[in-house]
Every structure is written in C-alpha cells, then in structure tokens.
Ligand binder design. Structure first.
Ligand code: ATP
Ligand code: MG
Length: 445
C-alpha cells in the first residue's frame, strides 16, 4: 500500500493534469495532512472572476480523476483549498479535544489544518448535531460533554443526558456533574418540563451567575416520536437558556422539520450546528439552514462534518470518546433528581430510596453522599422529613449536598425547608459556611 507521501505525489500529478487540461494556471503553496483530509492550498496565477469560478467548480472532475468520494474546493483567506479524502483517517480523541477546552469554550473538532475549532457556549444557547445514522453524532456529543465535564468542576457545570440508548452514555452516569442518564421517554418529558418550567424561571429571577446546566438530548428525532409534546419545552430551553446558563446540546437525524428538531422555534435558536454528509442536497440545506453549505462535498467518513456557526461554515473532524476515558471523570453523581421531586409516585420514591430506578436503571445513589443522613438511614426515612439533622453542623459530605441543593434550587430560602425543615440563625450560618467553601475553592482554582 502506498504511503501518504507517495499518495500525495500521485494525487498532485493527477490534479496538475486536470488543471492543465482546463487551461488554468495554479501555484501550489502547501499541502497539509488533516485528520480526514489532505488539503492542497493553491492560488490562481492569473485570477479573474471566470477562472476562479472554474477552479471552484472542479470538485466533481477531480473526484473522478482521483477516484475518491468527493473533493471539496473552497475559496479562503489562506488561498483556494482543494480538500481530498486522506487515505489515513485520524479523527481526534475526546482527550485531545478536552485539552483545548477551557471553561465553557469547548473544542468540538479539528479543522483541516489540525487546529482546534471551539464553540463558546455563552454565545450559543443551543447546539445541534445533524446527520444520518452512523456518522458520529453520539461520539461527538460525548466528546463535547466529556471536554466540558473535565474542564469544569461540578459546581460550575452539570448535565443531564436524555438518550434512548442508555448504553452509549452509561460511562457518564456516575460522574460528579451528571444529574442522570435518562432513557425512558416519560422521564425525559419530566426532565424537559422541569428545565423549562422550574429551572429557567428560577434562574430568570436569580441575581447572579449559577452553575451551567447542559441538557443533552441524543437522538431528538426518536424522542420527539415518542414524546411529541417535548417540542414546547425544547423551544423554551433553546430560546431562553443561553442567557441563563442552560444549554441544549441535541443530536438528530434530520433538521428543517418538526419531526426532527421540534420545529422552527427550536431551530432558529440553534445558532451553532454540526452537520454531517446528508442523503440529499435538500436535506443538507435543511440541516444547515443555508442554501449552499458544502455539505455535499463532505465524505461519509465518521466524524467528517461542517460546523455552521452564525451562518459561516467550517469543515471539522469531530471527536471520538473512549468510555474508559469518560470513566476517569471524577465520580460521585448527585443524588438529587429534581424533576421527580414533585411527581414521584410511591413506587418511584421507594426505588429512589434504595438507589435503583426500575425505569432506566441508571439513576444511582451518589458516592459523594454515601451514608444516610438521619439515624435509621434513607431506607426508613419519611419522604418529607428534612434531609439533615439540626442538632449538629453538617459534615463535609452534607455540605456538598447543601451546595448541590443550592445549585439546583437557586435560592437559600428554598434550601432551608428541604435541608432542615426550618430556618433560624444556626442553620443560616451552616448554609452560609457551606456555600462559602465553594467560593474559597473558586478563588484557589
Ligand atoms: N470521529 C470518529 N472517528 C472514528 N469512529 C467514529 C467516530 N465517530 C463515531 N465513530 C464510530 O462510528 C460508529 C457510529 O457512531 P455514532 O454512534 O456516534 O453515530 P450516530 O451518528 O450517533 O448514529 P445514530 O444516528 O445511529 O445514533 C460507532 O461505532 C463509533 O465508534
Ligand atoms: Mg447516535
């Protein structure tokens, strides 16, 4: 088998032949091996609008000459880029992308020059991954969530994953920032209603910045089929979330339809999209929201995608997440399942107390809060009883719980009744001290 330099030399000769036959004069500036492509950076020696148009239209001819799936040609600041599929494909690992993620600015892939491409979540309330089956959407979503989870301690970032394929996300289930991996459609609906109906209004009324919350929906099309009413809360999250630190990260097999995304109210707020090669030009236009996006010039290689952000598109190779890596995230998932707190049936509460969820098997007790907080333990605890004893200050793990309660509820006043059943000067001091620990941690971080 030819090595990459041998292949490059052969491809260069083929490209030169086509270009000469067309009567065009191109100068080769450099060739860069990217994760999925070999990019020839060329420039026109005698540029005119007509010759530029002709070069940009050479893609299908070059694909024939090189016997490859597609050749993408774009005009850029770095020159005219001829991107041909690389014979050696190396999409980035989640670890590699995580090393380029900082705070809420997450690396979602590498461009054709192997440079990380980042998205600042504070600018984008909703991110959408669109593409047919088996293109790499789930892996890219997992890499993105992994990068964010690694870059942010749990008190700065939390996430809940809604996916019919629980096995894909099981490695996240007991990570510290993970509020749950929910697989049952009915519980997915509860989560979305909780976010739209409780979390967003709470945050809208709160004065200062709070923990960022990611609502990850893998396979939105599937969820919408089972829970058509999910479109309403999804639209609210997508439209209001960005300013309130709540972000929707959703993967789907099609866009441009109520069936695939929940409709225009969701899509118009998805200002950042990662789009894989579509099955038709019409599907590509619906997926990107652009008339001419270049999606048709991508290959069907896993991870080969366009990042469309604020109307501009960029080719990227999206990540692949090894579950063994994900399992290395700090472990100790929150025991709080706030979307179930009000509507829990007796059965569900029993399962919750024993740390098992018969619905999806993935809501686990938190190792962070390993022991029951009252004498006699959770097993025998009255559901409405306060969570903490009021005859002594909270222990370290109980202070973690207090901070989680505060992050989830958004106000101290809501924490007192849940934690101790009342408020007085003593519990006020305990809660203030527990929250202050986070700020010390922040300062030293
Ligand atoms: N960037 C990548 N590099 C290499 N392999 C990948 C990459 N992304 C995904 N894969 C592999 O491709 C297969 C399909 O990936 P994935 O499950 O992410 O696809 P999908 O787009 O989510 O499909 P579906 O719509 O059916 O859920 C998996 O076996 C996965 O390991
Ligand atoms: Mg998937």
């Amino acid at each position: 088998m030819a090595t990459v330099p041998q292949y490059l030399a052969w491809a260069e000769r083929r490209i030169a032949k086509v270009v000469t036959q067309e009567g065009l004069h191109l100068g080769l500036m450099k060739v860069v091996q990217g994760p999925l492509t070999l990019t020839f950076c060329v420039r026109l020696l005698q540029p005119t609008p007509a010759t530029l148009r002709r070069v940009l239209g050479l893609g299908p001819t070059l694909a024939q000459a090189l016997q490859v799936e597609s050749v993408r040609i774009t005009d850029s600041a770095a020159g005219i880029l001829l991107e041909i599929p690389s014979p050696v494909q190396r999409t980035p690992s989640a670890e590699m992308l995580a090393s380029h993620t900082q705070g809420l600015t997450v690396a979602v892939g590498l461009d054709q020059f192997r440079r990380p491409v980042r998205v600042d979540l504070r600018q984008h309330g909703a991110l959408l991954w669109v593409g047919p089956s088996r293109r790499g959407k789930t892996e890219s979503l997992k890499s993105t969530v992994y990068g964010l989870a690694r870059a942010n301690p749990w008190h700065r970032l939390e996430y809940v994953v809604l996916s019919q394929k629980g096995a894909d996300w099981a490695s996240f289930a007991s990570a510290t920032g993970c509020r749950g991996v929910v697989t049952q459609p009915s519980e997915c609906a509860q989560v979305l209603e909780w976010v739209a109906g409780e979390l967003l209004p709470q945050r809208a009324g709160a004065a200062r910045g709070q923990t960022a919350m990611l609502v990850v929906v893998d396979d939105l099309l599937n969820l919408l089929e089972r829970v058509p009413d999910a479109a309403g809360p999804l639209a609210e999250i997508a439209s209001m979330g960005a300013g309130l630190g709540v972000h929707l990260l959703a993967g789907t097999q099609e866009a441009g339809s109520r069936r695939g995304t929940g409709g225009p109210a969701v899509e118009s707020n998805c200002t950042c999209r990662i789009v894989y090669r579509s099955t038709s030009a019409a599907a590509a236009a619906r997926a990107t929201g652009l008339k001419e996006s270049g999606v048709a010039q991508l290959t069907s290689a896993r991870g080969d995608a366009l990042l469309v952000m604020d109307g501009e598109s960029k080719r990227i190779a999206t990540g692949w997440a090894d579950d063994r890596l994900v399992l290395q995230l700090a472990q100790g998932r929150s025991a709080l399942v706030p979307w179930r707190s009000e509507s829990r049936s007796q059965n569900e509460s029993e399962r919750g107390k024993t740390g098992q969820n018969g619905q999806n098997g993935l809501v686990l007790p938190s190792p962070l809060i390993p022991t029951p907080l009252h004498e006699g333990g959770r097993e025998t605890q009255n559901e409405n009883a306060p969570l903490l004893p009021s005859d002594r200050p909270p222990t370290a793990s109980e202070r973690v719980l207090l901070r989680e309660l505060y992050a989830a509820l958004g106000s101290k006043e809501k924490v007192y009744p849940l934690a101790w059943g009342f408020k007085n000067g003593k519990v006020y001091g305990w809660l203030t001290d527990a929250l202050a620990e986070v700020f010390e941690y922040d300062a030293a971080d």
